[in-house]
Write a protein that binds this ligand. Sequence first.
Ligand SMILES: [Zn+2]
Length: 428
Amino acid sequence: MTLDVAQLCAQLIRFDTTNHGGGESAGEREAAEHVAAVLHDSGVPATLLEPAPRRTNVLARVPGTDPSLPAVLVQAHLDVVPADPAEWSFDPFAGEIRDGFVHGRGAVDMKDMAAMTLAVLHRWHAEGRRPRRDVVLAFVADEEDQGHHGAHWLVEHHAAHFAGVGAAISESGGFSFDVDGVRLYPIGTAERGTSHLKLTATGRAGHGSRRNPRNAVTALVTTLARIAAHEHPVRLTPTAEAFLEGAGKALGVEVDLDDVDGTIARLGPAARLVENTVRCSTTPTVLQAGYKVNVIPGTATAQLDVRTLPGTVDELVATIDSLLGDGVTREFLEHQPPVEAPIDTPWFTAMADALRAEDPSAAVVPHCLGGGTDAKAFSRLGIHCYGFAPLLLPTGFDYRAMAHGVDERVPVAGLEFGVRVLDRFLSS
Ligand SMILES: [Zn+2]
């Protein structure tokens, strides 16, 4: 008997593993215990690790038949972002399966991938199959915050579990993206870095009715205005270049790498897959200053959501420093470098082949993620990290609005496709 992937996904959704951030979380323990039980039923012994109460990670390794091959890691986070039931048209944690969809928080981010992986392992056990290479498994806590109880902790304290791993697959890639009947399949080969900044302007406090050339609020907002007006230059990474070439060819669009913005504009809906990842970004998001209208505060602070492209971190920091005004300093709240995995590898080829075997018209392209995932942690071990959680999605299905969005759901047929693709890739 093979386990039904939709049921597996629905069961995982029913464990409320909401991660509120800042260390506040419902915890992953019950979901992790369930994963370990399903693994056990598939003949795969699992280890549970809790760096903090209820923050549970599941590690396992399926031994391959050829120990000389590098191992592959499948990593999936078990936590989800919050869902406000008042905004949803169904219960986010009921895990309903109806109308061909599995409904609930985590359906695409990323209990789907956890369920597909478990379904593959269960199928191998039922059919008496073993993979050629070791398949290392990590179902982790805390991705939706900083990974301190999940991937980063595992990399720091249990690196031995990942010995011999050559490549990892996880979320944010491998899904179909329909453009006028052409199905692109972006595979994640890069992620921008996260270098969130806090700016602090320090001035002279005083009465609001008096002249004050050292007003911290003024210093801060003029700095922010300069940063907001700054146009970051195009920095074409190998991933973005290969995406433009590949998507342009598949869509019959002229590609001019000397005019990246013009090329992106011609890509139509596919522009969304690349438009945020040809430049760094420095987006002001938080402002704090003052407590009374007639008092000039001594300090004013702002936070910037800063994302860096591979190879640009030093350049971007120098740019920001050149835009800071007098009396304004910066500090990093978070400083995680970008990651980029090579495209010209047997790993990428095997993922593309697995997709094309199940969808002969698949146009597979590399893709850079605008944000970040646990790939940032696992890449520290020298592992090539790819975004590959295959899904075949119906035309018009807005996958990217699902993750962290309202009424998150995933098509059952898409999950079944994903199981077949994953089976091919992990067996190869
Ligand atoms: Zn995710």
